[in-house]
Design a binder for this molecule. Sequence first.
Ligand code: GDP
Length: 440
Amino acid sequence: MFSNLQDKLERAFKVLKGQGNITEINVAETMKEIRKALLDADVNYKTAKTFTDQVKQKALGQNVINSISPGQLLTKIMNDELTALMGGTTSELDLSKNPTIILIAGLNGAGKTTFSGKLANYLKEKKGKKPLLVAGDVYRPAAIDQLEVLGNQVGVPVYTDRTSTDPIAIAKAGVEEGKKNGNNVIIIDTAGRLAVDEPLMVEISAVKEATQPHEILFVVDAMTGQDAVNTAKAFNDRLDFTGVVLTKLDGDTRGGAALSIKSVVNKPIKFIGTGEKMDALDVFHPDRMASRILGMGDVVSLVERAQQQFDEKQAAELQKKIRKNQFDFNDFRAQIQQIKKMGNMKDLVGMIPGASKVLKDVEIDDNAFKPIEAIIDSMTPKERENPDIIDQRRRMRIAKGSGTSIEEVNKLIKQFMDMRKVMKQMSNPGMMAKMMRNMP
Ligand code: GDP
């Protein structure tokens, strides 16, 4: 995500590196570079200009504190301003009404149906809600089936009426059905068009009128760059939506849409889609996104993802085993499975400060753990529990069984043994304190 923009911003900051302080001249030059980087990332021209003017003004007004370099100071200002540009604070859905009616709008292919499924899943799992999905896309024949499949996947009922071609009647009937069944959130998926046109706007406005939604979420494909912003404007003029959902941020998007939409339509981005799977949805946090764009990582999101997968009882057990030096290959495999559950590897790496830069050209895929898992699977239960017994003969058998080489098996076992040693040391409280003291 945003790796191109990150690179260019970093180059811009280089202008200031090694400079003792911020002057009118070096700031002007840096701002020129930053503006270029933003325009290349498909940020709207006016937004880019206003943004750099603001950063410049802030930078020049700052006293350079001795311990902070101009580059660091500028990073901080950029971080604050990028956060503000993307809306400042996190904007949550208003779910206070019973039922809360949420209308989903956007062009064809933007990801409306996929998002409807993801949102239903999110509301059910994270917010304890009882949602109903309403299949209102009557023009795309497969759309109703698609929503039914997704509803099934996430365990949320879907209201359909295949005999009707009237989206307004379907939406209304869907709301009634939800009220009758005690659903406290009703999500209405609507039909899109290939481009913004009058019949679409008339129709979606009528659906809005008929259902009186509390939230109208406009879904847009982040990969479409400037077009995303223009479409957002057209929809907002007619619908006055309450929030934006940016999809496909997992792809090679240049990120411009994320940066320009708020300032152009003055509506917050509420969610981002980061994949095709039902759990690839994140609440949008402007501050975290700013640090990711600046290559500062997003530790908060990383920790949150880890916490979601974290089982306290299991962790306590593990602690005990590590202390007794009993951490074995079964535990190791369980750990790998937990990491995998945290999501797409590339995404995770992007959240680690500095890592996306270092690992930019490294191919990280979700298959990275495959050979390791194959090796562990080829061990006998006894070997997994007592790695010390794995001698040369056993190693050869494991390599053959896992379709790997003896070198790979040797390497993994060595890494495992080293890791176990370090873990044991770390689990000793006295040792931890000593290490902390030695930290810079
Ligand atoms: P709709 O026409 O607006 O309902 O769009 P769909 O929900 O059918 O999505 C169009 C395509 O985009 C489908 O192939 C989805 O799997 C895909 N898609 C939707 N959201 C995302 C996302 O966040 N990331 C990726 N990579 N693909 C997505």
